[in-house]
Structure formats: C-alpha cells, structure tokens
Design a protein around this ligand. Structure first.
Ligand code: TXA
Ligand code: MG
Length: 337
C-alpha cells in the first residue's frame, strides 16, 4: 500500500477513505493520531494491529462537535457542559458512561465507558465532519515508541501500512491530551493522564476540587486509564533526566562518552564541541514538551550511549512533561558517579 500525504484540498478524499474503512493519520494540537471509522469493527481492529497495541487499551473517539457525543451518551456529569464550553476544542479528553452497545467492543476494550475529545485543529475538525462519524485516534506511533509530533514521524512508523497522512506541520503542544474521568456523576472529576489542561486550570475555572488518579502521585497504585500501565515513549537509546544543577556534570561525563542532548542552546556552553544537540526553542517547559518526542526520535539510532533531557518541577504542564519523560527514561536521573 502506498501511504499518501493528503493536502488541504484533499480533505474530502481523506474523509471518504476513513468513512469506507481506511486508516488515515491526522494532526491535532497535541500529537498526530491514527484515524479510523469508530463504527467499523474491522478498521478499529486494524488500528490495534498496525500499532501493536494491547487490545485492553481503549481508544479515544475524536468528534467535531458535542452533539456527536450525545449519540452515545445520555447520562452526563453535571459539570460536562461547563467544561466542554470552555475547553473544547482543546487538549482535554473526557470519559463518559455509554448509554448502550452502539460502539464496537474493540473501541472500548469492553468497558462501559468511552473517551471523547474534540481536537483543536481546523483540518482535522473538517476531516471528522466530512467523515460524519467519530474517528478513533490513538497516537500514531508504534506502541511503546515516542508519540509523533510531525507527519514524518508517522511516515517513519507506518509507511506502507496505512492509506495516508493529513499533514499539518509540527504539533504545538507535543504531549497527549489530559484525560479527565467524568463517568460518575456523583464523584468529582478525576485526572487519569496529565496533559496541557492542568489540574490548576480546571479547578480555577470550575471552582471545585479536581482529583488526581492516585497512581500519578504514589508508586505502586494501579492506574485507572488502562494505557497508563504500559511501557511508553522509549527510544532504543537509554534516556536520563537531568536536574538543572547537574548539567555541568552531565557535560563532563559527555567529554569521554557519546551523549546526545535534548535541550536549549543555553546548555551548549557546558558541552564539548561535537555533542549532538536536538535544540529546544528556549528554557521553558512549553518548549521542552513541544520538542521532547521529536528530540528522542531524532537522537535515537545515532549510536549514542545516552540521551539527556531536562527535568522540570511537576507543576502545571510540568506534570504532563515529567510523566512522559519519566516513562521514556524508566525513572532514571543523571547522577555523577
Ligand atoms: O492527545 C491525545 O489524546 C492523542 C491525540 C491523537 O488525540 N491521542 C492519544 O490516544 O493519546 P492514546 O490512545 O494514545 O491514549 C488514550 C488514553 C489511554 O491511556 C487510554 O487507556 C485512555 O486514554 N482511555 C481511553 N478510553 C478510556 C476509558 N474508557 N477509561 C479510562 N481510560 C481510557
Ligand atoms: Mg499513545
């Protein structure tokens, strides 16, 4: 199969491909998704197969408006309307209880709840609208590898295996959406996966408490989102997180080893000439989140011994960033030996 790059004037064609069962990757503000018609069991199964994704890890249904959700859900959490009005389209996935068995089992992994999200990308909203069906979309990467933030990343993982890619350049946020559980009307909303919509933002806006799944806080707790238990985001080269105060020691280590760095230009002064850098735009956590996956991908397969990436405090977007980086590095921080 030839994997096609769909242009802006071919969105209709891409939508037809999805509607009739093909797989088309699509851009969002977070990462690229691997799209398929959520109502066709065979296509949904093919998504799992192409990614090598465990079948108990349910998919997000991408919608172009809220009424698309109402086809599948009738019992909404009282805060739903308020949340949707403010955060959709945007990097916030909402978990609702389904009203009946209208969706193929493969989508939800047999759960009685499902995840919905309206992505903030004009081309993709048009794609979903033209397809006229909810579009499943896990991140468009081989399971376990860093998520794709550019069409080229999707092509690298899936060339020849999917019908096409709707290209919209690099994604802006770089880490996947916040997953918020609203499935129990009597309970406070709970964050199952941190993302760019933060606990602080939700609480400020709603004026009520928002919970964090305990596994995000304590080691050893079982995550409520099935996908959070799997190994993720890991390149083949070992990754280590570097605390702000340890960059000089990491640079010293690099003088006798082959290291790569995902970091801003301000770190270059510490490192020996010839150290491979994937340059972040600046020292902010936003820039780190935007560039992390692209950096890990770019520096992998270069025969490096280690890839260093900056650690941030786990506040605001830092919580989502560190959640991904900790998985990529298997919790390992650089330590001077
Ligand atoms: O930003 C994103 O969310 C991207 C873009 C493409 O939209 N998509 C994405 O999908 O990250 P995926 O499949 O890689 O992650 C979906 C997460 C998984 O951790 C999954 O376990 C969880 O959402 N999830 C899906 N349905 C769920 C449900 N009914 N209950 C609890 N967790 C659920
Ligand atoms: Mg993923």
């Amino acid at each position: 199969m030839d994997t096609k790059f769909f242009k802006e004037n071919q969105i209709e064609e891409a939508a037809e491909e999805i509607k009739t069962g093909g797989l088309v990757a699509f851009p969002t503000e977070t990462v690229y998704g691997l799209g398929a018609n959520a109502l066709l069991e065979e296509s949904v199964k093919r998504v799992f197969q192409v990614k090598g994704r465990p079948s108990d890890n349910p998919l997000i249904l991408h919608v172009s408006n809220f009424s698309m959700v109402q086809r599948y859900v009738d019992n909404f959490h009282p805060l739903t309307r308020k949340i949707v009005d403010n955060f959709w389209p945007g990097p916030l996935t909402l978990i609702f209880r389904l009203k009946d068995d209208q969706l193929p089992k493969a989508v939800t992994g047999g759960l009685s709840t499902a995840a919905f999200r309206m992505p903030d990308n004009r081309k993709t909203l048009l794609l979903i609208e033209k397809a006229g069906v909810p579009v499943v979309g896990p991140s468009a990467n081989t399971s376990g590898k860093p998520s794709p933030t550019k069409a080229e990343h999707v092509f690298h993982d899936f060339a020849g295996k999917i019908a096409g890619i709707l290209d919209d350049g690099a994604t802006n946020i770089g880490v996947e959406s916040t997953v918020l559980d609203l499935s129990d009307s009597l309970k406070a909303p709970m964050i199952l996966r941190p993302g760019a919509v933060t606990k602080e933002q939700l609480e400020d806006y709603l004026g009520t408490e928002v919970l964090l799944d305990q596994h995000l806080v304590k080691q050893g707790e079982i995550p409520k989102a099935p996908g959070m238990k799997y190994k993720h985001y890991a390149p083949n080269t070992p990754v280590e997180m570097v605390h702000q105060e340890d960059w000089e020691d990491a640079a010293e280590w690099s003088s006798s080893h082959r290291a790569g760095v995902v970091g801003s230009a301000s770190l270059k002064k510490f490192f020996p000439a010839g150290t491979v850098f994937f340059e972040l735009e600046d020292d902010s956590v936003e820039a780190a989140a935007r560039g992390l996956f692209a950096g890990l991908r770019a520096l992998d397969d270069m025969g490096l011994e280690k890839i260093f990436a900056p650690a941030f405090s786990e506040q605001g977007l830092g919580m989502a960033y560190m959640n991904r980086l900790k998985k990529a590095s298997e919790q390992k921080f650089f330590e001077k030996r």
